[in-house]
Design a protein around this ligand. Structure first.
Ligand SMILES: Nc1ncnc2c1ncn2[C@@H]1O[C@H](COP(=O)(O)OP(=O)(O)O)[C@@H](O)[C@H]1O
Ligand SMILES: [Mg+2]
Length: 238
């Protein structure tokens, strides 16, 4: 079963083709890594999937429908884009209260998501004083408020220390083992490789490889070799 369908998506910003005729499918109940160097078009693609950017061409479906047509978007898909946006003067708990209310979700879920991401101790501190890792956890907590079947996380490992990255991998594995679907972007293959079932690798907005991680990374090659072979040795320069 397909959770997310990206079908010939294209996004142009003037002369720049940020996403170029990109197609892939995300399997239900699996973790899919969405990989590519900085500037490859990951965030732009995720924004189009979430109805936050209008495609120049092509379309995307979430749980079989365009995002804008979902009956209960917060219960279908939880998303965190590029670190999330928070009011710095609000506490983590207050942020979750505002978000739950806006999405029509019960406030009883707030303590559950704080526990799920391990943020209880910092819940009453102002977000302005949070580390990048704490912000990532708060973003994830926000995405989990609606108990969504699908999670879309943009660079969730950014700013996490090694223990935080391990925690994230364990969380993603557990989420998928319970039947959830996760699409997780990263500019580093190694950060997510141990947690993902499938990968989609893009460069310059185009698909470079997709499939099961086991088929992409053979035992003789290092992850780094595979990833750099696919994406080129330098970051995308424009
Ligand atoms: N709103 C925008 N206006 C103009 N160019 C943009 C905009 N958003 C992204 N881009 C450009 O599109 C390309 C892809 O960006 P992005 O999707 O953020 O890549 P990634 O998330 O993989 O780092 C980059 O060259 C970026 O500068
Ligand atoms: Mg990005």
């Amino acid at each position: 079963m397909t959770a997310i369908t990206v079908d010939r998506l294209t996004k142009r910003y003037g002369e720049l083709v940020a996403v170029d005729d990109l197609s892939f499918e995300v399997r239900r109940g699996a973790v899919t890594g969405f990989l590519g160097p900085n500037g490859a078009g990951k965030t732009t693609t995720l924004k189009m999937v979430l109805g936050l950017a209008r495609p120049t061409a092509g379309h995307a479906l979430v749980a079989g429908r365009p995002y804008a047509e979902l009956d209960e978007p917060a219960r279908t898909v939880g998303a965190v884009l590029e670190g999330g946006l928070f009011h710095p003067g609000r506490s983590g708990r207050a942020h979750l209260r505002v978000q739950a209310k806006a999405a029509g979700l019960p406030s009883g879920r707030i303590e559950e998501v704080l526990a799920l991401v391990g943020l209880q101790a910092a819940a009453d501190k102002r977000v302005g004083g949070y580390s990048m890792g704490m912000r990532q956890r708060l973003g994830l907590a926000t995405a989990l408020l609606g108990e969504p079947e699908i999670l879309i996380l943009d660079e969730p490992a950014n700013g996490l220390d090694p223990a935080g990255i391990r925690w994230l991998r364990t969380f993603l594995r557990g989420f998928a083992d319970d039947g959830g679907t996760a699409l997780v972007s990263s500019h580093l293959l190694a950060e997510v490789a141990q947690a993902v079932d499938d990968v989609v690798v893009i460069g310059h907005g185009r698909c470079l490889a997709q499939g099961a991680i086991g088929d992409l990374v053979d035992p003789d090659a290092s992850l780094e070799d595979v990833y750099l072979d696919l994406t080129g040795t330098t970051e995308v320069l424009r």
